[in-house]
Design a protein around this ligand. Structure first.
Ligand SMILES: C=C(O[C@@H]1C=C(C(=O)O)C=C[C@H]1O)C(=O)O
Length: 402
């Protein structure tokens, strides 16, 4: 039986999200806060004992929690699972405490909540190792793109996604929770997240891309998202025109998703698209795939597809192996959790894992922003640089609102 805890004493007015976030940060507990696309509810989970594994965990048998996984799942950083010792919903304002959660820590946490003041600046966790946070300039990025184009034309691969970081000073009055609030308003159709894990770091993001979801109605979903252009001036997709390069680029991601279904010998999926979708200041091409697990007997489809899909051709390339090799050899920095995946697992509304895109990592006085672009044989190095500039705007806009 789960316990629901109201505020100490008689009142059941509940807790504010501010209290929960400040409480977790001041107690140095691992925290994930998120809002699913097109929803109003903000949820949070606090874990007293984050688990790190090298394998992608099994979703179907997992306890309720939050998964935070890097781009390279066998590299320096592990897959982190935050088992939900404490859950919070902004709708009920109540905490739900897992019966297995250690009582002493739960008590310490709820006591801290009662005293939680307003968030203090700069108390979020920052990673111990900052060595890989070196900016690439336009020259080095475009040189890597040109090399990728040559390699694609020489047929060693079909597509590779090259990315870079850009650092930005944090505004003096920056607040983690205010930034999260601004993201909720600015990006209603994104998966908005805040992850703060002691020893690992603090990440904020507004992702447009589902990797794997299995909802409470047992419907499996994934997407093939690629092709990027700035949003038309009228703010609608009605007049969007796509070039052959983007159509082909998105087609490769779609083929990749289909190849994963094929490996599992699954034919009963529905496929809709590609359609033009809006993500912040940008438009992409997206094909939606669905499998109704009430009709198809494939209970482990979520985990099986996750393990096959990640990293998809939308963030790595095609074929996967040479593209990954190219990225590791030429990108010049460690992607860490950028272009990995994250999201709630076995929540009341199921499992919803998104690609960690349009995100930034917070250091004590700086934000590290990440963006990439899909390179094909038709790519122009300057246009790809521009595309990463546009993608960086998603988080820069949030910083500029302080
Ligand atoms: C790699 C990123 O985005 C991905 C790459 C895209 C592209 O190359 O057009 C579009 C959407 C995403 O799948 C990013 O936002 O950093």
């Amino acid at each position: 039986m789960e316990q629901a805890a109201g505020i100490a004493g008689e009142s059941m007015q509940g807790y504010t999200l501010e209290q929960v976030v400040s409480g977790a940060l001041s107690q140095q507990q691992a925290l994930a806060v998120w809002r699913l696309p097109l929803q109003t509810e903000v949820q949070a989970c606090i874990s007293f004992a984050p688990q790190t594994t090298s394998a992608i965990p099994e979703l179907e048998t997992s306890p309720t929690g939050f998964l935070f996984c890097p781009f390279v799942t066998d590299g320096a950083e592990g897959n982190i699972f935050l088992k939900a010792d404490i859950r919070y919903s902004s709708l009920t304002k109540q905490l739900t405490i897992d019966p297995d959660a250690p009582a002493t820590q739960v008590n310490l946490f709820t006591e801290a909540l009662a005293q939680a003041e307003n968030e203090k600046p700069g108390i979020w966790p920052i990673p111990a190792n900052r060595a890989h946070h070196s900016n690439r300039n336009q020259e080095t990025f475009t040189a890597a793109v040109s090399l990728a184009v040559d390699s694609i034309r020489a047929e060693s691969m079909e597509k590779v996604v090259l990315s870079r970081i850009s650092t930005s000073a944090l505004p003096t009055d920056f607040s983690l929770l205010k930034a999260f609030g601004k993201m909720l308003v600015a990006y209603p159709n994104a998966f908005v997240s805040l992850v703060a894990i002691p020893g690992v770091g603090t990440w904020l993001g507004a992702s447009p891309e589902i990797l794997v979801s299995v909802d409470q109605h047992e419907v499996f979903k994934t997407v093939a998202l690629a092709g990027t252009q700035p949003l038309c001036e009228d703010g609608s997709t009605a007049n969007a025109i796509w070039r052959q390069k983007e159509i082909e680029e998105q087609g490769m991601v779609e083929r990749y998703v289909l190849s994963c279904f094929k490996k599992l010998r699954l034919r009963e999926y529905s496929e809709v698209g590609p359609r033009t979708v809006i993500a912040g200041n940008l438009m992409h091409l997206r094909t939606d795939f669905k499998v109704d697990l009430k009709e198809v007997d494939f209970p482990t489809l979520g985990t099986d597809m996750l393990r096959l899909l990640h990293p998809t051709s939308a963030v790595c390339g095609l074929p996967k192996e040479p593209a990954l090799r190219f990225i590791l050899d030429h990108e010049g920095y460690d992607r860490s959790y950028y272009s990995g995946f994250l999201g709630p697992v076995n929540s009341e509304v199921g499992t919803h894992l998104f690609v960690n895109l349009r995100c930034m990592q917070l250091l004590s006085d700086q934000a590290v922003l990440y963006a990439g672009a899909g390179i094909t044989g038709e790519s122009s190095a300057d246009k790809e640089w521009q595309e990463t500039q546009h993608k960086l705007q998603t988080m820069l806009r949030i910083l500029s609102e302080f």
